[in-house]
Design a protein. Structure first.
Length: 235
């Protein structure tokens, strides 16, 4: 007996932790490294979310609505094909592609750059509500984006630690999407130029910060959890 603890109990706990570690290894859980995750997923996420509008603005300024729509759609298609080529889930790329195709068709039908730009803002507004509603229902939508940045195995995604961590992250992203959407809708009343400036300022810089915080928070939450803390120790 050591410090009032039976040696057999210590051995059993150690064997349990080792067994759990082997289970996670078998499932393919990779080392959690915040910098590595951000380098791998951050630029892709930001590019898929922001590049179509930037290329639309460039084409619109150079030649008009048609060229802007063509360039934005081409960027969306290229991003989607790149994700498929890399055999990644590509949820953000698929979503961005669907949005640029639909908004291109509607924008051209109305012949208006403002109508074109308003559509992804409305989509973001809806997305913010989806983040909130799914969190309240116990299935945080932020968890759906997990595969974009880190290959969580099924048993991890079904754990309470995963649900609690991503629920809090989902709420933060919901607030961001809702507030940003309202600001951009307001700016769109002024001019397309003002909208694009605000879109850039409230886009990549804030997304980069939120992604950094999200990865840091989730990594920290997992390491401090009773479910996965021992397994992730030393990883």
């Amino acid at each position: 007996m050591t410090d009032g603890v039976e040696p057999s109990a210590v051995t059993e706990d150690k064997e349990a932790a080792e067994a759990e570690g082997l289970l996670v290894d078998a499932a393919g859980l990779e080392p959690i490294d915040t910098k590595t995750i951000l380098r791998a997923g951050g630029p892709r996420f930001a590019a898929n979310a922001g590049f179509p509008i930037l290329f639309f603005y460039l084409g619109w300024k150079v030649s008009g609505l048609l060229l802007g729509v063509v360039l934005a759609t081409a960027v969306g298609v290229a991003a989607f094909l790149y994700e498929r080529h890399k055999e990644r889930p590509g949820m953000v790329a698929r979503l961005a592609l669907a949005i640029v195709i639909i908004q291109g068709a509607i924008g051209l039908a109305f012949g208006s750059a403002k109508v074109y730009l308003a559509q992804p803002v409305v989509v973001n507004l809806v997305l913010g509500l989806v983040f909130l509603v799914t969190t309240l229902r116990g299935k945080p939508f932020a968890g759906q984006f997990a595969e974009e940045l880190y290959p969580f195995p099924p048993e991890v995604k079904e754990s309470e630690t995963f649900k609690r961590a991503f629920a809090r992250v989902s709420v933060v992203w919901a607030v961001y999407f809702l507030v940003r959407s309202l600001i951009r809708l307001y700016m769109l009343q002024w001019s397309v130029d003002a909208f694009v400036v605000v879109n850039v300022i409230t886009g990549f810089p804030i997304i980069a910060v939120l992604m950094s915080w999200s990865v840091w928070y989730i990594s920290r939450y997992f390491r401090q959890s009773e479910e996965w803390g021992a397994v992730l120790a030393g990883r």
